[in-house]
Write a protein of this length. Sequence first.
Length: 238
Amino acid sequence: MNEHPPVVLLVDDEAQIRRFLRAGFELDGFTVQDAETGAAALNVVMQNRPDLIILDLGLPDMDGGDVLERLRTWSSIPTIVLSVRSNEAEKVRLIQGGADDYVVKPFGMAELLARAHAALRRQMRATSGEPMVKAGPLTIDLAARIVTLHGRRIMMTPKEYKLLQILAQHAGNVVTHQYLLKEVWGSQHTSDTHYLRIFVRKLRQKIEDDATRPRILQTELGIGYRLALQDSVKPTVQ
């Protein structure tokens, strides 16, 4: 991916949407492949192994969630789901099922491209072992377990660091409440969301310039949290 343009597979049965997506991704330097059905998409992935998949849920032959489920039995290719379905339970189900991110229609191309690059960077870190994660003025050295803000080291409790570590490992992508609770506090605490609220508040007081207007540790309402990458740090709700 360093020598050649990244390849994205666009899976959508609407030709107009595919043209819109193709134009945006090609302008951004991607090589684009496309598929109109779930079966065709799985065939393309098996034959060509794209770097990224943009997957619509409303396909004519099968639900996009079923495509994702089949895909995740043998592939970890970053996959961003597109859908008109905006309910929180659906988003959680898909992310827990292996989606790297979820974008609700209608959406802006700039937003989708930012999510796409975030997913690709996370995949590259996972395969290369890159230990440094940057989110605006925040730097997390996962190898040395050192966190700095504007170059100054931040001291954290073990639980605070563990929470930040997991978010950093998935930087740019949303991480569900249940996953964070399981990884930090154990499987018996997956419904104790008040633990998360308390520790997220503590983390924001340490890693945000203004904890009342968080830009780095972003909330995905009803779903979880996202550590914004360096190029996409922006205000968000608490």
